[in-house]
Design a binder for this molecule. Structure first.
Ligand SMILES: Nc1nc2c(ncn2[C@@H]2O[C@H](COP(=O)(O)OP(=O)(O)O)[C@@H](O)[C@H]2O)c(=O)[nH]1
Ligand SMILES: [Mg+2]
Length: 325
């Protein structure tokens, strides 16, 4: 007869199998549970990830970045509708790297997404990544893998945070849309802060407003000054009025054109490789950090010697790693 321990392990395994089947079938409850496990860094994650791995590699990830208020959520909702019209199943992941809590900040966006919420071919989820072991570089790809295994053709990733986090999220996407808008004062300003280099497609949203033409000109000049060489993808500018659904079909077609070009050039594979590398590194570093803190590797003792001026921090770090190895 099996021991109670074996029985417990067996039923845990059965739970995981059921969860994996639920994700594969695209069941919202299962997808939601697994993404919560990603957020919380659950102990079952490695086992779950191994079970899901065979079903991944199909979905296309589109990152949507830009300053707050530029129209990211409106554009995301409009793109969801356009992608649904072309028969795709669509996932939306709203990432807030600055918050340890998911949900709250996105309530407004939820309302906007409401008419998609009843569509079984659309799944919308927000996720917080602060406090996650390995941070955004681990949590976001793990969540994307869940969407992927659930069979979504396209996953739209909207960042809620600002600044560096947007650049980080862009590094996880297959294609990055950078949104700017006239009359925001900081439209191009935000672009200057590193966002220009990450844009595959630029979107001038709110083009119903004054100042759209000068903004397009300014953007075009800045793109021309960029470092992209001949034969490389030159980021196009798409003009939209997202809340009126104008320009959204053209945007969807431009994403398709970019996708075809990046697949032909090998750039798509390079990006996926970079993403996997970042994830593996993030996991390894997170694990190492946890081990160094938990194990009696003498971190406290070494720190105390550094404090007392008996040891320099480089030597202390070298000793720490040597003891750990
Ligand atoms: N006039 C105008 N307003 C827009 C447009 N797109 C979005 N908005 C409005 O701009 C505000 C901010 O949009 P939102 O999508 O929440 O921006 P986010 O913070 O980047 O996600 C909302 O009130 C939208 O209705 C547009 O093309 N033209
Ligand atoms: Mg938003």
């Amino acid at each position: 007869m099996a021991s109670t321990e074996q029985q417990a392990a067996g039923s845990e395994r059965a739970d995981l199998d059921e969860l994996v089947q639920g994700v594969r079938a695209g069941r919202p409850r299962s997808i939601g549970r697994v993404i919560s496990m990603v957020e919380n860094g659950a102990a079952e994650l490695p086992a779950l990830t191994a079970l899901l791995a065979a079903d991944t590699g199909q979905s296309y990830v589109v990152g949507i970045t830009g300053a707050p208020g530029v129209g990211k959520s409106t554009t995301t909702a409009a793109l969801v509708a356009a992608l649904r019209d072309s028969g795709q199943r669509v996932g939306v992941l709203a990432v807030d790297p600055s918050s340890p809590f998911s949900g709250g900040a996105l309530l407004g966006d939820r309302v906007r997404m409401q008419h998609h919420a009843l569509d079984p071919s659309v799944y919308i989820r927000s996720m917080a990544t602060r406090g996650h072991l390995g941070g955004l570089s681990v949590a976001a790809p793990a969540a994307l893998r869940v969407f992927d295994a659930a069979g979504f053709d396209t996953v739209l990733v909207e960042t809620v945070g600002v600044g560096q986090s947007e650049v980080e999220v862009a590094a996880l996407a297959d294609a990055t849309l950078v949104l700017v808008a006239p009359g925001m004062g900081d439209g191009i300003q935000a672009a200057k802060a590193g966002i220009l280099e990450i844009g595959d497609i630029f979107v001038v949203n709110k083009s119903d407003r004054d100042g759209a033409q000068p903004l397009i000109r300014e953007l075009r000049n800045m793109i021309a000054l960029g470092t992209r060489g001949p034969g490389e993808w030159q980021p196009p500018i798409v003009t939209t009025v997202a809340n009126e659904n104008r320009g959204i079909d053209e945007l969807r077609q431009t994403i398709d054109t970019f996708r075809a070009a990046q697949q032909a050039s090998g750039e798509h594979r390079r990006r996926r490789l970079g993403r996997a590398r970042q994830e593996v590194e993030g996991l390894a570093l997170g694990q190492l950090r946890a081990e160094l803190r938990l194990s009696r590797s003498g971190l406290d003792e070494l720190a105390d010697r550094v404090r007392a001026g008996e040891l320099d921090p480089y030597a202390a770090a070298a000793q720490l790693l040597a003891r750990h190895g």
